[in-house]
Ligand binder design. Structure first.
Ligand SMILES: O=C1O[C@H](COP(=O)(O)O)[C@@H](O)[C@H](O)[C@H]1O
Length: 247
């Protein structure tokens, strides 16, 4: 179970949402860097790519030189394919923020067969944490799809949702294209220090309500319950409507 109360923030505009995300990045970065090591972040794809780019560009006090980026999920396509999450970050974040270097991204090797690609990403990840315990991310940035999926963990895929041993698994039947992906699993996700869902648009309102108000356990996003860490929802008025005081 989540040990701390979920923090919720509802902002009026996308700009304000990006600024709030920027301030959360400042907090998490400080927490990590004061431990004398890099700031390790797990990224999602989709709408987060442009939002995170905006958040970083609107927060000049961030010092991204010691950030290391991982992928909470990645599509099993070449790194220069338009469906690749890395490619999306390359197109937006790396282009707009030239001080962040490609070598700060720990990428999946999608030239390997899918099972190997997932196992290899787990090894790469473990190597960056340099001990044998369960890696603890400083921050995971997550999204939620209209079906309640998060990372590439989809409803009605009980084996993937129940994985307890592997930290990164292959997905072969994603209902959202492309069908083949790799994804973090819940033991890794729920061990993070901070986990932030950044959510925009009225199209997410219903799923936000089901996942975070009604805690509908059919939805993978509702199973994100950091064991010791902090869960935060940052939403715009559309997505976070349910959390606004009734008029
Ligand atoms: O397919 C994916 O979708 C989710 C949600 O994307 P969004 O565009 O609705 O924000 C994303 O979090 C995940 O990383 C991605 O692979």
């Amino acid at each position: 179970m989540t040990s701390q109360k979920v923090r919720t923030f509802v902002l009026e505009t996308e700009e304000q949402l990006a600024q709030k995300l920027g301030l959360e990045l400042v907090r998490c970065e400080k927490q990590a860097l004061t431990k004398g090591r890099s700031f390790r972040i797990g990224l999602s794809g989709g709408s987060l790519v442009q939002l995170l780019t905006k958040a970083i560009t609107s927060t000049p006090q961030l010092d991204t030189a010691r950030w290391v980026f991982f992928f909470c999920d990645e599509r099993y396509v070449p790194n220069d394919h338009s469906d690749s999450t890395f490619f999306a970050y390359k197109t937006h974040l790396l282009t707009q923020i030239p001080t962040i270097l490609e070598k700060q991204f720990i990428k999946a090797d999608t030239t390997k067969p899918l099972d190997e690609c997932a196992a290899d990403y787990e090894s790469r990840l473990r190597a960056e944490f340099s001990d044998n315990t369960l890696p603890q991310f400083d921050l995971l940035l997550l999204g939620i799809g209209p079906d309640g999926h998060t990372c590439s963990l989809f409803p009605d895929q009980p084996v993937a949702l129940a994985e307890v041993k592997r930290l990164v698994i292959p997905i072969r039947n994603s209902p959202k294209p492309p069908p083949e992906r790799i994804t973090f699993t819940f033991p890794l996700i729920n061990n993070a220090t901070d986990t932030i869902f950044a959510l925009m648009g009225a199209g997410k309102a219903d799923i936000v309500k089901r996942a975070f108000v009604e805690s509908d356990e059919q939805l993978p996003a509702a199973l994100v319950r950091p064991t010791k860490g902090q869960l935060t929802l940052i939403m715009d008025n559309g997505a976070g409507h349910i959390f606004l005081p009734a008029k």
